[in-house]
Design a protein around this ligand. Structure first.
Ligand code: GUN
Length: 293
């Protein structure tokens, strides 16, 4: 029988811990931590992510602000607003929601964020620090995956971890983090040019799927007793639901789950931990700015 890596439950627990900490700090007369978000255009998924970040910030007692820009905003205008946020002493950390419109150079914009306020851990400086195991803000989804593995006590030392997908946001950083001291996995990073993918995924003790294809991983690709982390999230039309859709992942859970030791559900697996990681990074930024240990 498989056990659930219940991201929803764990996120509630960590949010509770954060809320208590905020209550104590504000009780001592300090200001609350402040997380800001920048969103350009009206992409539906991005608006949902930002709304969730705002809601979670409020739940733990953080101050939250959202800076909304029209789709046609120029890179120069966006860079000006980033400069403003970098220099606002009331803001501890901020994120620029991705993707940005095509006419804007994403990496230019990200690298304009002060590494000190880069709570998404996307700037070149923070990525470099992460790779060198220096003090850094870790990117939220990989950090959330690490938290799930750690808090549920999943064994990682010496295990073979296969990551499917090499994005800057998930696959590449999670492969790096799990290969480091502390997790000590042997990591294989697979991508669109990988040959004999199923042969590799079948060797995984820990399989992390972040490929963005609905129900891509089927039972024949998973070893009996593996731990499977599903990072995918897709809306599928479903007339039986009030919303008109349901959410599925990159893993075909109906046939894979019964072969797993541990598995993340979709929804309620990795997603809630992503937001919690962002809140944890913001708390860390706040403490640094306030000189709190
Ligand atoms: N778009 C998809 N995931 C993320 C994320 O974690 N951070 C930001 N800024 N944009 C995203």
């Amino acid at each position: 029988m498989f056990q659930l890596l219940d991201g929803k439950a764990l996120s509630l627990q960590i949010k509770d811990e954060l809320a208590n900490e905020v209550r104590q700090l504000t009780g001592e007369g300090r200001r609350a931590p402040h997380l800001a978000a920048v969103i350009v255009g009206e992409d539906g998924a991005s608006m949902t992510y930002v709304a969730n970040k705002e809601k979670s910030s409020h739940e733990v007692g953080f101050t939250s602000s959202v800076y909304r820009f029209a789709e046609r905003t120029t890179e120069e205008e966006l860079l000006k607003s980033i400069d403003f946020l970098n220099n606002d002493p009331e803001i501890d950390g901020f994120i620029v929601q991705l993707p940005l419109p095509k006419h804007i150079n994403e990496q230019n914009v990200i690298n304009a964020i002060s590494p000190d306020k880069d709570v998404d851990g996307f700037t070149s400086v923070n990525v470099g620090r992460m790779v060198l195991s220096e003090e850094a803000y870790l990117p939220a989804t990989p950090m959330g995956i690490c938290t799930l593995l750690k808090r549920y006590g999943v064994e990682t030392v010496g295990k073979h971890c296969v990551v499917v997908g090499r994005s800057n946001i998930v696959g590449t950083p999670v492969a790096n983090l799990l290969s480091r001291k502390g997790f000590d996995c042997t990591v294989t990073l697979c991508h669109s040019k990988t040959q004999n993918l199923a042969e590799l995924t079948r060797q995984a003790d820990i399989l992390i799927v972040a490929i963005g294809k609905p129900e891509f991983v089927t039972a024949d690709m998973v070893k009996e007793g593996a731990t499977v982390i599903d990072v995918g999230i897709h809306r599928i039309p479903d007339d039986t639901k009030k919303s008109g859709y349901r959410l599925i992942g990159d893993v075909k859970h109906s046939e894979v789950d019964k072969h797993c030791a541990w598995v993340t559900p979709v929804p309620g697996g990795v997603g809630p931990l992503t937001i919690v990681s962002l809140l944890q990074n913001t708390m860390k930024a706040y403490k640094r700015h306030e000189g709190i240990k």
